[in-house]
Write a protein that binds this ligand. Structure first.
Ligand code: TIU
Length: 220
């Protein structure tokens, strides 16, 4: 049993081999200028503070041979997997599929759609592409986790209140126990991040738990 001090109460992992690290959408499209995040009108530099804590968690999971999942939000070049409502959302001049300085925005395989070099996936780690905000929507993530007996997830990445929270809620409803790592997630809106942390752990952990990466690493 591994016990991670957390809010609203300790996060108990009966078998650490059933714990996976999920890194949501740490892509150039969200973290670097010229991608989707900036096209939506955001200051993308705000997200960079999460890189160090995520790198530390990746190192710990790699050292222990524990499972790691990286997700990528992106669409096929013909946009056939992008619903019209998502394509039209944003109201700016630049849309999904348009060409920007890092290639076509939010299109799979384009330079800007890849994971930032600081957090590059390694062989043996799952890189899961997804067309929506949640990592369980139109993907095989649930069956991948079940096949490996994974029951507990450490959730990290960007942005806290969009793809991270959506994924955590999807996972919670599917029976996975989730801990959101507080300093390993970030938002373009600091107040939305804090609100998300609060709503996740409210009502006795209605969606899950939160803890700092230093606390998680010490417990592991
Ligand atoms: N806009 C925003 O905050 N996020 C996204 O569009 N995707 C993710 O959160 N990955």
């Amino acid at each position: 049993m591994t016990v991670i001090p957390a809010l609203p109460y300790p996060f108990e992992v009966p078998d650490v081999s059933r714990l996976a690290l999920v890194v949501i959408d740490m892509q150039r499209d969200f973290v670097e200028p010229g991608g989707f995040g900036e096209a939506l009108g955001n200051d993308v530099s705000l997200l960079r503070v999460a890189i160090g804590p995520i790198a530390n968690l990746l190192a710990a999971f790699r050292a222990r041979g524990l499972p790691i999942i990286h997700t990528i939000e992106g669409h096929r070049p013909d946009l056939s997997d992008c619903p019209p409502c998502k394509l039209q959302r944003g109201g700016g001049n630049v849309k999904i599929g348009d060409t920007g300085p890092m290639g076509r925005i939010l299109i799979l395989g384009e330079a800007g759609n890849g994971i930032i070099p600081e957090l590059a996936p390694r062989d043996g780690e799952l890189v899961l592409t997804k067309p929506g905000k949640g990592a369980f929507c139109r993907t095989d993530l649930e069956s991948w986790l079940l096949a490996r007996g994974i029951t507990h997830l450490l959730v990290t990445g960007v942005t806290t209140e969009v793809c991270v929270q959506t994924t955590m809620r999807e996972a919670n409803d599917r029976g996975f126990e989730c801990l959101l790592v507080e300093d390993a997630t970030e938002s373009y809106f600091p107040e939305f991040k804090q609100a998300t942390l609060a709503m996740v752990r409210a009502q006795g952990g209605i969606v899950g738990w939160t803890a700092a990466s230093s606390t998680v690493l010490a417990a592991l």
